[in-house]
Write a protein that binds this ligand. Structure first.
Ligand SMILES: [Zn+2]
Length: 280
């Protein structure tokens, strides 16, 4: 039996899947902040015959080791080694966006290069070519949020002031609204467009330009067949696709753009679906 988990900043969702017929035997959800991950997995393997574990994880991961996570307390970075040594069970763990990208690649029937870009709290991307993730030397390829853009008075989460994520991300919108004490409490992109304030216009302009700039950069660098846009901010603001399609030609080579399709993600549980490819 396969234990497939999606560990996000808010929830841990897990499924037990019969290895023979791929049938989903059990699905559960736990609160990430109050759940000890190692203890949870050990409890599951004490009750079920688990042969493999596959995890999509909201953090940076390299070769079975958790490097960091912005929202999850890391209790055991060497998680794959831990389960190999203590329980003799193979464990595959991958960054959740990279895991999701594997599922998107299959869903869209891509055969060339695909970029999956996600704007939620942060701004990340994953690249798949020929069904394989492009990882870089430490599995950190695709950190699109940290490519340089305009100077931002408020630093990025990484500490730098020129990262595009400091302008184009859910967290950036929250911070800029707070910085200027603007009276906006939800749906920032929509509400910034309705208030008559030049500071709101600047926040919007930086967000939109950052998005176009970052996606155009990946298209020029990678010449992808498909760019998939996902994440909470994109899904709540579907006009961003139109904006991108209308303006991206000002920042990228016309010949690279001609054959690139830009689409919105349609998969609900892409990080979890991707774990099925990790365990193969
Ligand atoms: Zn940064």
């Amino acid at each position: 039996m396969l234990l497939a988990m999606d560990i996000g900043g808010t929830n841990i969702r897990y499924h037990l899947i019969d290895s023979k017929n791929q049938e989903n035997i059990l699905s559960q959800i736990e609160d990430t902040q109050t759940t000890a991950i190692i203890a949870l997995i050990e409890d599951i393997i004490s009750r079920y015959h688990i042969q493999r574990i596959a995890i999509a994880y909201a953090g940076q991961v390299d070769n079975g080791v958790i490097l960091s996570s912005p929202n999850i307390k890391v209790e055991e970075p060497y998680i794959a080694k831990y389960f190999a040594d203590h329980h003799n069970i193979p464990l595959h763990i991958e960054n959740d966006l990279k895991s999701a990208a594997l599922a998107e690649y299959e869903f869209w029937g891509c055969s060339g290069t695909m970029v999956v870009a996600s704007i939620g709290t942060g701004f990340g991307a994953a690249i798949v070519e020929g069904g394989k993730l492009i990882r870089g030397s430490h599995n950190l390829a695709g950190e699109i949020g940290h490519i340089p853009f305009r100077y931002s008075e408020i630093p990025c989460g990484c500490g730098n002031h020129y990262c595009v994520e400091a302008s184009t991300s859910g967290r950036a919108l929250e911070k800029w609204i707070e910085y200027h004490s603007l009276p906006i409490h939800n749906d920032p992109l929509q509400n910034l467009q309705t208030i008559n304030d030049p500071r709101a216009d600047t926040i919007l302009d930086n967000f939109h330009e950052g998005l176009i700039y970052a996606i155009a950069t990946t298209i020029s660098l990678l010449n992808p067949e498909i760019v998939v846009l996902g994440g909470g901010v994109i899904h709540k603001n579907r006009y961003l696709l139109e904006l991108l399609e209308g303006q991206i030609d000002k920042y990228t080579l016309a010949t690279s753009l001609k054959k690139t399709k830009i689409v919105l993600s349609e998969l609900e549980d892409a990080p979890f679906r991707g774990t099925l490819f990790l365990a193969d």
